[in-house]
Design a protein. Structure first.
Lengths: 120, 148
């Protein structure tokens, strides 16, 4: 692990990976809101993040995608909920922006360490 | 599948919803059409949506996870013709009237078509919002590079 690959940075990157997978699934669900028989897909975010952080030194295992149970199903077999997907979409944007701010801060600290001694 | 591919997924939905709106518009426009090339009154049409794999397999995708593979776009798989019997109206002076003086009119319910059009319009807006969300995320990611 190089000096740039701090654990914190790795954790943030994995978090961003999982957040963007969630965004992709929400976008796919929204695209198929009128497709007969389509079932809402999602990942178990907390389990996936816990596991990814326990295996920081190895390649992350891709999270398992599952069909979300207990959603109200329409007569055509589709169970995409507009409200659920909108909330997820709004949430992942905030989560992603948060992660990027943290990442910038981490890199900013390295930058600080590099430049701090310039005057001396 | 990267974030840019998500624009294709939302884009496929925009295309499908617009095709649906076009079919609804055709139905409304032909609500009184009594002559068609095939003979008889216009028959109401309806789109059927199906999932579709959006991105073409590429070198980069060989490394995609199962989660990326699960994401599907949407397409209009076919357009079905409503087989409902035509509505008969008594108009003896109409050139399309039969021997009893009845004219076959398309069996189109304007309220039903309007609701369908609204649904297509709302779904279109929703997918535009999804595209905006994806764009915002990509834009944010770019700021990591541009500032330090």
């Amino acid at each position: 692990m190089s000096w740039l690959d701090m654990d914190t940075v790795q954790e943030i990157l994995r978090y961003m990976d999982l957040v963007s997978i969630r965004e992709k699934l929400a976008v796919g669900n929204i695209a198929n809101i009128d497709t007969p028989g389509y079932k809402t897909l999602d990942i178990n975010f907390h389990n996936a993040l816990n596991r990814a952080n326990q295996e920081l030194d190895s390649d992350p295992q891709p999270p398992a995608v599952y069909q979300v149970p207990d959603l109200i199903q329409r007569p055509d077999g589709n169970n995409v909920s507009l409200d659920r997907e909108s909330v997820i979409l709004a949430g992942v944007q905030l989560e992603y922006n948060t992660a990027i701010s943290l990442l910038k801060q981490q890199y900013g600290m390295i930058q600080l360490a590099i430049t701090e001694n310039n005057g001396a | 599948m990267n974030l840019f591919n998500m624009l294709d997924v939302s884009g496929s939905a925009l295309l499908a919803e617009r095709q649906r709106a076009e079919v609804v518009a055709t139905n409304l426009a032909n609500a009184e059409t009594t002559r068609t090339p095939g003979g008889g009154p216009y028959q109401r049409q309806e789109v059927v949506f199906g999932t579709v794999r959006v991105a073409q397999p590429s070198f980069g995708q060989a490394f995609d996870s199962a989660a990326d593979d699960a994401v599907r776009g949407v397409e209009v798989t076919r357009v079905v013709t409503d087989s409902a019997a035509p509505i008969q109206r008594y108009e003896p002076s109409n050139p399309d009237a039969n021997a009893q003086g009845y004219v076959d009119y398309p069996n189109i319910n304007p309220a039903e078509e309007t609701v369908d059009m609204l649904e297509a319009s709302r779904a279109y807006q929703l997918n535009v919002d999804a595209i905006q969300a994806t764009k915002d995320m990509v834009t944010q990611a770019i700021t990591i590079v541009s500032t330090s």
